[in-house]
Design a protein around this ligand. Structure first.
Ligand SMILES: *[C@@H]1O[C@H](CO)[C@@H](O)[C@H](O)[C@H]1NC(C)=O
Ligand SMILES: CC(=O)N[C@H]1CO[C@H](CO)[C@@H](O)[C@@H]1O
Length: 525
């Protein structure tokens, strides 16, 4: 491409050399570059704009009719247009002659982008710099190959992780888990991986298991593995600080090593409220000492529960209050002059105060990097613990997360709309370099129905990451619970998936080596 700057008009233009197409035209008269507010507007050569994440929205190709998307990681079940778990300030635009280019704004601050019918894009961020990268394609597939060359190619998933997976928050007991596994086998439904959500833990404490309700879990995991299955355990990023001193090693060791996110004073840990009883502290994964501590904890857990993969949840990071105890001070960092178009228009809502301290900098700047910073250490810990290719599934993601992890689309609802829009989410995460992605089959929140779940099993059989998962308190929705006819249809569809696994594996290989997408829309072809 060529870049031109016109002194008379202050326009900066970027042109594709081969066609002369203007990819960017930004007037520096409109540029705002202040400490806590940066804004730039550019035209784009067509209205065919894809990407920006993480959001739920009704079509893969964006509406340019004054849509605004906030980007700031947040524990938020999919609500149309709201900022969700991850942040991906990346878009692809298909030009009118079908050439495509991609643009990344590498910036982790809270931000938003407005799409207008000119067509144009306005970027607003409340910190950092305007660090833009452009990828010229010219095909959509080339754009993603070039983008992932820059940010890190997707990891190569283990073959077993392409099999069908089952999960449920709230089996409640090992007996219910066993009954579920047994009926899956009774109906001979293809099934390779079982997950445990937080109810396997003792009082939701990381690195423990419930020795009453899940008595015998270590032996049961070994038994399933002997039969050729694989096991994935969930871990949350908050650690209870209110256990009896000397009884909860993850906290005691972490405290000794100084691994937590701190308050603005830089020395006292930020204390919030999350799943465990009492209060919790938050590991700061940008700190090398935290990585040491986390690795050690994951290795010790492996000696008790023989897992094959780790599922990391709540890592936006999620805190159930607005900011940590006792609330956020009034200052310039916590109260910036502009708050991007994010839910509640509050940076501390459901998370920590922006002036908290992480090793890499103020939480204000590093908030949306929390899940990303946890993913690589967890990947390496899992690799070390298992001696095999690692499996990490992360709810919060950022630019480059695909190198070490996959993603599920979060706490969806059991609704037809969510089933439909999961396709959009999966295509988008393939643009973001995270091709190992899927939505919770049959929906997560609220009760599913026979018909919805059946159709979702049929669709989900072709997700790159194929897992049926359910929330606590809902009726069971594994494909064996609805009787023989449902089981047969699920079995038949999953057998089609399994017959295609060599091809799916090859797609992941090409993604890992060349950066190709795995699930791609016809637009790419
Ligand atoms: C947080 O505080 C602890 C002491 O409690 C200290 O060891 C650690 O370096 C601090 N980390 C950051 C990022 O401020
Ligand atoms: C974040 C998330 O859960 N997203 C998926 C859930 O379903 C919606 C549709 O309702 C998809 O668009 C999302 O990608």
């Amino acid at each position: 491409y060529d870049i031109e700057f016109d002194d008379a008009t202050s326009h900066i233009t970027i042109k594709r050399k081969s066609t002369g197409t203007v990819l960017w035209d930004a007037s520096l008269n409109d540029l705002i570059f202040s400490n806590q507010y940066l804004q730039i507007t550019t035209t784009v050569p067509s209205t065919s704009v894809y990407g920006f994440g993480e959001h739920e929205h009704p079509s893969f190709k964006h509406s340019m009719n004054f849509a605004t998307y906030g980007m700031f990681s947040r524990d938020q079940s999919p609500t149309t247009f709201a900022n969700l778990y991850g942040v991906h300030p990346f878009y692809m635009c298909v030009e009118t002659d079908s050439n495509a280019h991609g643009v990344l704004l590498l910036n982790s601050n809270a931000q938003d982008v407005s799409l207008s019918p000119n067509p144009s894009l306005t970027f607003r961020t409340i910190g950092g710099i305007l660090d833009f990268y452009m990828f010229l394609g010219p095909t959509p597939e080339n754009v993603i190959q070039q983008y992932t060359e820059a940010i890190g190619r997707p990891h190569m998933p283990a073959y077993w992780s392409l099999g069908f997976q089952l999960s449920r928050w709230g089996y409640g007991s090992i007996d219910v888990l066993k009954e579920t596994v047994d009926r899956m086998h009774y109906y001979d439904i293809p099934y390779d991986v079982q997950h445990s959500d937080i109810d396997y833990m003792e009082r939701r404490l990381d690195f423990t298991y419930d020795k009453e309700n899940y008595a015998g879990l270590p032996e049961y995991i070994k038994h399933l593995k002997k039969e050729g299955m694989h096991y994935v355990l969930i871990l949350d990023p908050f650690i209870s600080k209110d256990e009896e001193p000397g009884t909860y090693r993850p906290y005691d060791l972490g405290e000794e090593m100084g691994v937590w996110v701190n308050n603005s004073d830089g020395v006292t840990p930020a204390v919030g409220k999350a799943w465990p009883d009492g209060h919790s502290v938050f590991p700061d994964y940008t700190n090398p000492r935290t990585v040491e501590w986390w690795t050690q904890m994951c290795l010790e857990l492996k000696d008790v529960l023989d897992y094959d993969g780790i599922w990391i949840d709540m890592n936006e990071p999620s805190n159930f209050d607005r900011g940590q105890y006792p609330g956020c001070a009034v200052n310039e960092i916590n109260n910036p002059p502009y708050i991007p178009s994010i839910s509640d228009r509050a940076l501390a809502q459901k998370t920590l105060c922006p002036d908290s301290k992480t090793y890499l900098g103020d939480h204000y700047n590093t908030h949306s990097l929390f899940g990303w910073s946890q993913t690589a250490p967890t990947f390496h810990a899992a690799q070390k613990a298992t001696g095999k290719r690692a499996f990490v599934l992360s709810r919060s993601t950022f630019v480059g997360s695909g190198k070490h992890g996959g993603h599920w689309l979060g706490d969806n609802f059991s609704q037809w709309k969510d089933m439909h829009q999961s396709i959009i989410g999966i295509l988008e995460f393939n643009l973001f370099g995270i091709p190992y992605v899927g939505a919770d089959i049959c929906g997560f929140n609220s009760d599913t129905t026979y018909e919805l779940c059946l159709r979702w099993m049929q669709l989900g059989s072709f997700y790159p990451f194929s897992r049926n998962h359910n929330a606590e308190g809902n009726s069971a929705q594994d494909p064996a619970v609805f009787g023989a006819e449902f089981a047969k249809i699920s079995r038949d569809t999953l057998r089609i998936r399994y017959s295609l696994l060599p091809y799916l594996y090859t797609l992941f290989y090409e993604s890992h080596v060349h950066g190709n997408t795995v699930a791609r829309s016809l637009m790419h072809e």
